[in-house]
Ligand binder design. Structure first.
Ligand SMILES: C[S@@+](CC[C@H](N)C(=O)[O-])C[C@H]1O[C@@H](n2cnc3c(N)ncnc32)[C@H](O)[C@@H]1O
Length: 350
């Protein structure tokens, strides 16, 4: 069903249909995209948002003109089904850089079953903003599969890479009902073999590249994930960690479609009483690899830790005694792969 507003002019009853994509955030139990025969979700919303068409990103911080009724279909973007002109209807979609999630979303296959998995809301927000139904999300550090679970839930597909075979098997079983939407590969994300393995998974879906890249590496050695020397959490130094992270990221970028987005979820660390800005160091590596930085979002850290973690009185004591602050935030950084083909076309038309 198309997103068409039916507006009775002259104070009559206004009724519109809009944005079924938002249903997962409003009613998380209901999902699946309608494009492949799944149930079509219908929501009713005010028609006023439809009047604010053709406001480009550079005008978003300017005062909004009084609403007028426009019959133009809202402008769409190549990488998402969200339509900027319908912004009023997307209350649950974050557009600010401060991400506060009071609780971890549980349900629909999500649980805090793995120390170090991110809250599902990160995947929900970024998948809705930067992918369309049917698109492929590549996660190079799959862990317990939060991205894959959310991709399935939102009607996307996921190629997940994870070093630990036990975790890959765990995710495979968890998503057995959606085996055609996920490709899970036990592999070292820094291995040169990765590119061919992912390309062959993509080819099975008639795709040559992924439409979104998710990078949620270990925050160096904060949590030891395994004894495998290839595990980034076992890198001997911050410099070694950054080199291995950049190697994996380079693979991910090569596998990402030009013009599409990459998401880095990362926190900082302390080393001998000194704050190491791991997030910014990784960010610089991605910029050096040619990604364009779009946003640095700061997210509260509640809901990541099993048990009380660093909220205990002992840690408060240590912070006071040591002259430092306890980590209460991590970063969700958004990047875009430059589209040189597009730039070439634009130059050619000048
Ligand atoms: C922070 S966790 C990711 C958690 C995941 N986002 C989730 O929500 O479940 C990082 C993961 O990277 C994996 N890992 C570490 N080094 C790796 C490597 N070289 N290649 C692939 N995976 C690796 C670890 O085993 C761990 O599961």
């Amino acid at each position: 069903m198309p997103n068409i507003a039916r507006v009775a002019v002259g104070g009559g009853k206004k009724k519109s249909r809009c944005s079924p994509e938002l249903a997962p955030l409003r009613a998380p139990a209901v999902q699946r995209w309608a494009g492949q025969g799944g149930p079509r979700l219908e929501m009713h919303c005010s028609a006023s948002a439809l009047s604010l068409s053709n406001r480009g990103p550079d005008t978003w911080d300017q005062p909004i003109a009084p609403a007028t009724v426009s019959r133009k279909p809202p402008r769409s973007l190549p990488y998402t089904d969200l339509k900027p002109a319908l912004w009023r209807e997307y209350e649950e979609i974050l557009t600010g850089s401060l991400w506060i999630f009071p609780t971890r979303y549980r349900g629909d296959g999500h649980a805090l079953e793995y120390h170090g998995n991110f809250v599902p809301q990160i995947a929900t927000q970024t998948l809705l903003r930067f992918t369309r139904p049917g698109d492929v999300v590549l996660d190079l550090f799959l862990g317990a599969g939060t991205t894959a679970v959310e991709a399935v839930r939102l009607g996307r597909r996921c190629v997940g890479i994870e070093l630990r075979a036990d975790l890959v098997e765990h995710v495979r079983q968890k998503l057995a009902h959606a085996a055609d939407q996920v490709a899970l590969i036990t592999e070292d994300a820094t291995s040169p073999a990765l590119i061919a393995e992912v390309r062959s998974a993509l080819a099975a879906w008639d795709r040559e590249a992924a439409q979104l890249l998710i990078l949620h590496p270990p925050y160096h050695d904060i949590i030891p994930f395994s004894h495998d020397p290839a595990d980034l959490s076992n890198a001997g130094s911050v410099a070694a960690f950054l080199d291995r992270f950049a190697l994996a990221a380079e693979h991910g970028i090569e596998l990402l479609e030009p013009g599409r987005f990459a998401v880095l979820v990362i926190g900082d660390t302390y080393r001998s009483g000194e704050w190491i800005p791991l997030g910014f160091l990784c960010m610089e590596r991605l910029r050096a690899l040619g990604l364009r930085l779009k946003s640095i979002c700061v997210k509260n850290i509640e809901g990541n830790e099993i048990g009380k973690g660093r909220a205990t009185p002992l840690w408060r004591y240590r912070a006071l005694a040591g002259g430092f602050y306890l980590f209460k935030h991590e970063y969700v950084m958004i990047f875009q792969k430059k589209d040189v083909r597009r730039r070439g076309l634009e130059r050619g038309s000048q």
